[in-house]
Design a protein around this ligand. Sequence first.
Ligand SMILES: *[C@@H]1O[C@H](CO)[C@@H](O)[C@H](O)[C@H]1NC(C)=O
Ligand SMILES: *[C@@H]1O[C@H](CO)[C@@H](O)[C@H](O)[C@H]1NC(C)=O
Ligand SMILES: *[C@@H]1O[C@H](CO)[C@@H](O)[C@H](O)[C@H]1NC(C)=O
Ligand SMILES: *[C@@H]1O[C@H](CO)[C@@H](O)[C@H](O)[C@H]1NC(C)=O
Ligand SMILES: *[C@@H]1O[C@H](CO)[C@@H](O)[C@H](O)[C@H]1NC(C)=O
Ligand SMILES: *[C@@H]1O[C@H](CO)[C@@H](O)[C@H](O)[C@H]1NC(C)=O
Ligand SMILES: [Cu+2]
Length: 180
Amino acid sequence: MRFSATIACAATFIASALACADAKSVSAVAYLTSTTTNATGTVRFTQERKNAPTVVSYNITGLAPGQHGFHIHQFGDLSGGCLTFGPHFNPFNETHGGPDAEHRHVGDFGNISADADGNALFNLTSKSIKLHGRNSVIGRGIVVHVGEDDLGLGGSPLSNTTGNAGDRAACGIIGCKLYN
Ligand SMILES: *[C@@H]1O[C@H](CO)[C@@H](O)[C@H](O)[C@H]1NC(C)=O
Ligand SMILES: *[C@@H]1O[C@H](CO)[C@@H](O)[C@H](O)[C@H]1NC(C)=O
Ligand SMILES: *[C@@H]1O[C@H](CO)[C@@H](O)[C@H](O)[C@H]1NC(C)=O
Ligand SMILES: *[C@@H]1O[C@H](CO)[C@@H](O)[C@H](O)[C@H]1NC(C)=O
Ligand SMILES: *[C@@H]1O[C@H](CO)[C@@H](O)[C@H](O)[C@H]1NC(C)=O
Ligand SMILES: *[C@@H]1O[C@H](CO)[C@@H](O)[C@H](O)[C@H]1NC(C)=O
Ligand SMILES: [Cu+2]
């Protein structure tokens, strides 16, 4: 199981490398959908060059107003809906944390905030998310949760792995995008 997952991700990495490695500036996009909620949206990523911070812009609609956990997960596997996206993508074997914590998974964004109409729209810069190199997030998944991420501080048994953010409201595969 673990072995085949490793092979699948290696294949994804090679494919994304072939598609994207020739670009100095790499862009990726995920289109989030759901079979259980009305949430949909787009998350765009651009890393101008290796070791540069990655700019992340999201526009998600159809959420319940309030805070929602938002993370990069290990797999981009929609075969079982968002459930087959696996745990948080965690190449450095860290515990879960908030976006500014010392100990955190590379794609721990904390929470995104949906307004009274259920829209969450924001731009941010991440030093930990890579589109270049072996820990590229291309081919991985992104998930917005029904509940709020406690940033690892909630004291629940799930705090250190998931932030206890509850079910997966919507998710999308991070795919290599045509660049200029
Ligand atoms: C999705 O939207 C429809 C139409 O507005 C509504 O009837 C339904 O309750 C919503 N579903 C959920 C899970 O919020
Ligand atoms: C955000 O997404 C909604 C729904 O697709 C769209 O109507 C709106 O124009 C988008 N906003 C931006 C700033 O892209
Ligand atoms: C990951 O860390 C845990 C403890 O934090 C340790 O038990 C485990 O062996 C580590 N796994 C790897 C693959 O290093
Ligand atoms: C995000 O950045 C884009 C492009 O720079 C800009 O058009 C947009 O207004 C920004 N949106 C937010 C919510 O800051
Ligand atoms: C959710 O994350 C936001 C920022 O990412 C933070 O301000 C808020 O306190 C977090 N919620 C909890 C319950 O920790
Ligand atoms: C979470 O991890 C920290 C650091 O490893 C540990 O001190 C804490 O007890 C853990 N919390 C839970 C609820 O497991
Ligand atoms: Cu998650």
